[in-house]
Design a protein around this ligand. Sequence first.
Ligand code: FMN
Length: 342
Amino acid sequence: MSRLWERILRPAAFALDAETAHEMAIKGLELGLASPFYCKDRSFGLEPIEAFGLKFDNPLGMAAGFDKNGRVVEELASLGFGFVEVGTVTLRPQPGNEKPRLFRLPKDKALINRLGFNNDGAVVIADRLGRVDRKSVIGVNIGRNKDVPNEEAIDNYVQCFEIVHPVADYIAVNVSSPNTPDLRALQKADQLNELLTALHTKNRELGNKPLLVKIAPDLTGAEIEAIVDACLSNGIAGVIATNTTTSRDGLRSEHAMGLGMGGLSGLPLAKRSTETIRVIRKYSKARLAIIGVGGIFDGRDAKEKLDAGATLMQAYTGFIYSGPAFPRKVLAELAELARSTV
Ligand SMILES: Cc1cc2nc3c(=O)[nH]c(=O)nc-3n(C[C@H](O)[C@H](O)[C@H](O)COP(=O)(O)O)c2cc1C
């Protein structure tokens, strides 16, 4: 099966521009073309995980941004992912930034994207998620519309939150995409406190669901600590660390600098993400669950995130490079590592 991916499917997909390939992958998944890769047993010999009141068959999830519109959650669970984070979803639908806006950096096992929250909007996505067969935990990641200034962001987030709340097992508050102008300013303590207080209040009104905050890898230690404080004082269940980086340090791909703005994901992000997890873990004294994400390609990378303090993990770029057998491969390797270190 992995030969089929390496010799035929990946070269065919990589011959297309990255966004066309992505759209075809979503269509292919919807049509069930990945069914030969489905897994019957989604534990892979690992213990199920309990985190923020939810039960996960295994600790590896699909990160936000792959299934922005909730079109293939069942299929991703069937490939072995223990959970799927849909989104980023915004209150109103929006087209995202001008194309081209997604680029591969194969030499670096990385991607650069400046998609800018292209999505169908909260109403359509909530309706779609209301009809899926829930094979795994489903998180919904929310962000603000591009045309809403930060001064009006709270209302925009809260309205989006209300719409997706009934269909989400957990909700991730995205304040860390580099592709919505000024969004990352919402990570600053004062603004974050205000936003989280409003969402926490609404959450209590609607019936508490776990709320998580997704942060950038480009923060100082002091900034991370201020975010942890804001999370702890607003009933936040966990932190997702991390989103993509604006840094281009150490890239080998010659064309990277000419690609313009965007968030870098994949291997070059791995260390920064793991370091961020360590800081959160140490400062929060394990009072927040951590979902570790950034540059996971194999079981060893996954274990590094767990060793740094993560309870759960997510991946996106690894799936693009490794194909449909990716979750199964990572989880089987992780189980093997767990067995050999007992
Ligand atoms: C093409 C692309 C689109 C993304 N879109 C989103 C998004 O809409 N919301 C979000 O929170 N993160 C988004 N991300 C970030 C991922 O969820 C993840 O945090 C990041 O890519 C690091 O993980 P990775 O190295 O495994 O890809 C996106 C990443 C990529 C590559």
